[in-house]
Write a protein that binds this ligand. Structure first.
Ligand SMILES: Cc1ncc(COP(=O)(O)O)c(C=O)c1O
Length: 411
């Protein structure tokens, strides 16, 4: 049998076994299209993968070291620890803070389930705090009332690509000596303006920051991967040990950790893609601006549609105030609008339809008498429109005019 030529693979047509919202052969505008980027970077990616393949080192190894080094430099952080996923990055961060039964962790009810799941997995109690309407992120004004003597950590989530309001969060963290784990799974590269004209980077403002490299993220691997950033030296070293079964030296385990390691293939892919990240973010921002201008001009705001707010624009000292992992509008008739868009071949998504306090694993533990009105409103109204760097201006215009048509506006 001849070995397959890895530099010239045949490209079978993908088989889609579930929703077709990202299948470009079905959708006029898919919600995202991972193949477009992979096609463009094909030779570079294949070369990087080929090198790992023939190196024989598939876990840890040189590509991991290179990625960690690049991320440490990017964040000016003392530690960047490559992990198996964003979820495991969060889990290992909580483990490094010794979070367990009897402890409370403050977070938002409006995020991907991983943010909640890791707290529950460790037997700790999540304490939910409602969001701000404009950013969809945790409302710092409501956090202090949630702090108790059991509070062991806070996990603000930087949702959709825009930072939570970190200045007051970090002030509370300092006042009450509660460490902050930033969930920046969706916000790699985003910046935040401190009042003292300093610029914070998502993931490097609290003690620990957790990144996801899930394929659809702004910097996506070809499978699961994640990273923990640590601004605290001792915590960074502990995370690195916990990621590898709590091992300090070969076969010596002062701590009980797990296998939360990244594989070398994913690191090699990320090393190739990292240099394109800022350009991709710039394109995402262009798309967002085009959407906002088009939707405003078309008059859909008069129908109750609310556009995403860039609350830090012009204040961060750079252009990375919002990295637009998602472009999320609010629509009073969200489900009807989604159905119309899909019928017109426009993919879109709801992040997230079921808040944490409505999840069955929450209500079975903590009952149903929870109310976070801003979160519930967001869950009912939010709609993520297609956005990915390779999307054309024409596709943006198709989406905008499809929304206008839904509201009976002729473009
Ligand atoms: C806000 C948030 N937190 C955590 C995660 C978990 O990351 P991963 O899918 O890499 O485990 C995600 C990923 O979707 C996310 O969006």
């Amino acid at each position: 049998m001849t070995a397959p030529d890895v530099m010239n693979p045949s490209r079978p047509k993908p088989v889609y076994s579930f929703q077709n919202f990202w299948d470009t052969t079905v959708m006029r505008v898919p919600q995202f299209d991972l193949r477009a980027q992979t096609e463009k970077l094909g030779p570079e990616l294949l070369e990087a993968l080929r090198q790992v393949l023939y190196s024989g080192a598939y876990v840890q190894g040189a590509p991991i070291e290179e990625l960690q080094k690049s991320m440490k430099a990017y964040f000016s952080a003392p530690h960047a620890v490559a992990c198996s996923s964003g979820t495991d990055a969060l889990l290992v961060s909580l483990m490094a803070l010794d979070v367990g039964p009897g402890d409370e962790v403050i977070t938002t009810p409006f995020s991907f389930f991983a943010t909640l799941g890791v707290v529950l997995r460790l037997g700790a109690k999540p304490v939910l705090v409602d969001i701000q309407d404009a950013t969809f992120n945790i409302d710092p004004a409501q956090i202090e009332a949630a702090i108790t003597s059991q509070t062991k950590a806070m996990i603000p989530v930087h949702l959709y690509g825009q930072c939570a309001d970190m200045e007051p969060i970090l002030a509370l963290s300092k006042k009450h000596s509660i460490p902050v784990i930033e969930d920046c799974a969706q916000s790699l590269g985003a910046t935040y303006p401190f009042k003292a004209a300093a610029v914070g980077k998502a993931g490097a403002m609290g003690e620990l920051g957790c990144i996801s490299f899930y394929p659809s993220k702004n910097l996506g691997a070809l499978g699961d991967a994640g990273m923990v950033l640590a601004t605290d030296d001792a915590l960074g070293k502990k995370v690195a040990m916990l990621r590898n079964h709590g091992q300090s030296e070969r076969y010596i385990h002062p701590l009980v950790g797990g296998n939360f390691r990244m594989d070398g293939f994913q690191a090699a892919v990320l090393n190739v893609k990292l240099k394109y990240l800022e350009g991709w973010i710039a394109r995402r921002q262009q798309i967002a601006t085009r959407y906002s201008e088009a939707l405003t001009q078309l008059g859909v705001l008069s129908k109750g549609v609310v556009l995403p707010a860039r609350v830090y624009q012009g204040k961060t000292g750079d252009s990375m105030d919002h990295v637009f992992h998602q472009y999320v509008i609010r629509a009073p008739d969200r489900n009807a609008l989604k159905a119309t868009l899909e019928s017109k071949g426009v993919g879109c998504g709801i992040y997230y339809p079921v808040p944490f306090h409505h999840q069955p694993c929450w209500t079975s533990r903590y009952g149903t008498s929870w109310s976070f009105p801003r979160t519930e409103k967001a869950a009912a109204e939010c709609l993520a429109l297609p956005i990915f760097p390779e999307m054309s201006d024409e596709q943006v215009d198709i989406v905008a005019s499809s929304i206008a048509e839904h509201y009976g506006i002729r473009s």
